[in-house]
Design a protein around this ligand. Structure first.
Ligand code: ZN
Length: 282
């Protein structure tokens, strides 16, 4: 049975697809990437940076809907684009719903029963992962974001993984922004399950609303079953990643708002960090 919030019943995949395709002509390139061997495609949206922008050589990747029973991510991402909330000094590659068959069925896994977010090792072990990895080949991103939901969490949290360790974190600002807007932050009490493979716990640093793991330990522990963001790091397609989790037990509108705030804040912080690196201050 699906208990995903009252708004979800009308928010079908067809509806989502239609909404994205309606954005064609607004400057966003919306197309479909083939999932080889299965009868489905993934929506992919490319938004160019504004001309002449100093950050314009940088692109940001944002994925959503990797798990089909976590609908707030896909709809939050759509609303960010539709409302013009993505800072156009960056270019964007967006995966509006990486698991359409899971979304349609209301399941975490895809139609073959596979967890896409455990299939980004090597060349990808699901048709969806292979489609994403193929399309992203040779692309470099200044930041990679992945929008998820947690069925049991009581508050918002994020996973932050970067190849420079925890040197210039962005996640704490995202947590602060969500909290300042009045939303609960996950406290990670006893029994909280991060769903990590055995042996990884000792390499995990947990603070309020934020989980940081040693990159090499994460690569080793997951092996071929790497999630999307660690897979992006592993392939050196990016240097920084954030995975946002909203509590699926909270009202639909709150979950959309939390994802929107976290994404906008992450991009603001990235822009400030890049400006500092260029030595122009911020
Ligand atoms: Zn998820």
């Amino acid at each position: 049975m699906r208990r995903l919030g009252s708004a979800f019943d009308v928010l079908t995949y067809a509806e989502l697809e239609r909404a994205w395709k309606a954005l064609r002509g607004s400057g966003a390139g919306i197309r479909e990437a083939a999932c080889v061997g299965v009868p489905r495609t993934l929506l992919v949206a490319d938004i160019p940076a504004d001309r002449g922008s100093p950050a314009g050589q940088h692109a940001i990747a944002i994925a959503a809907g990797m798990h089909g029973d976590e609908p707030a991510g896909p709809w939050a991402l759509l609303s960010l684009v539709r409302d013009g909330l993505l800072d156009r000094s960056f270019a964007y590659r967006l995966w509006p719903c990486a698991n359409p068959s899971g979304y349609a069925a209301g399941t975490r896994a895809n139609a073959e029963g596979l967890d896409i977010n455990r299939s980004f090792g090597g060349g990808g072990s699901t048709p969806e992962a292979r489609a994403i990895l193929t399309a992203n080949r040779d692309r470099q991103f200044a930041l990679s974001l992945d929008l998820h939901e947690d069925p049991e969490a009581g508050g918002f949290y994020c996973y932050e993984l970067s190849d420079s360790g925890d040197a210039s974190p962005i996640g704490p600002e995202c947590v602060r922004a969500v909290e300042e807007a009045g939303f609960p932050i996950e406290e990670f009490g006893p029994g909280f399950d991060l769903g990590y493979p055995p042996g990884l716990e000792q390499f995990v640093h947990i603070e309020r609303g934020r989980v940081v793991t040693e990159t090499d330990a994460e690569f080793r522990a997951f092996g071929k079953s790497l999630p999307y963001n660690p897979g992006m790091l592993r392939r050196r397609a990016t240097h920084r990643t954030l995975t946002f989790e909203t509590p699926r037990l909270l009202p639909w509108r709150s979950r959309l708002a939390m994802h929107r705030l976290a994404v906008v804040t992450a991009i603001e912080r990235l822009r400030a960090a890049l400006a500092a690196e260029r030595g122009v201050g911020h």
